[in-house]
Design a binder for this molecule. Sequence first.
Ligand SMILES: *Cc1c(COP(=O)(O)O)cnc(C)c1O
Length: 236
Amino acid sequence: MPEAGGRREELATRLAGVRERIRAACEAAGRADEPQLIVVTKFHPASDVRLLAALGVTDVGENRDQEASAKAAELADLGLRWHFIGQLQTNKAKSVAHYADAVHSVDRPQLVAALSKAVAAAGREDQLACLIQVNLDPAASGRGGALPADVLELAARIDGAPGLRLAGVMAVAPLGADPAEAFAGLADIAARVRERFPAATMVSAGMSQDLEAAVAAGATHLRIGTDVLGPRPAVG
Ligand SMILES: *Cc1c(COP(=O)(O)O)cnc(C)c1O
């Protein structure tokens, strides 16, 4: 097991590399506004999240409620923003509403209802930011997401749900597809949502492999795990 100083150095180096890639991608795309980096810390220990916070990371992403809620509790002193990015069962909405600042994976009406109820039960003062996860590869199901044709109706539901704030859209580029094409499709959907709901400005797209394509397509939030933290440890 590497000593903490070694891990800090490793994270600092990797994080700097990712920040430089984002900067270069913005320059190549002629963008003056840098997207927000969300570091996806799933499977990595809370101690890594603490080191990342000390290195200036403000936003972290998690995809499993049990792990996320434990980390958020342990690291409450850091004032991080927690983004829930994984498929979410309605029975976990109650827990997620306690610690999440944003849920990127809202993809069905039942989940909207569950999250709205959960926010009320949690007694939170602020609204929970909700992004609609769009399935850009309807032929291959399994990773979740609303069909593009259902996005506007779902957006209206979130907009009308007490305690929730329609923040934008999110997608994962389909395996084997050209990410530039996928993210261009997402940008179109995001624009249609913004036409009706101008405050829904977030476009969450881009992972370690395809962040450049996401930046070029106008992503406002990038979700980067592996290239900041290294390979994910095996699940025990
Ligand atoms: C794990 C995950 C990421 C991060 O992926 P990396 O390839 O490790 O950068 C981003 N988005 C979602 C939805 C994820 O589940």
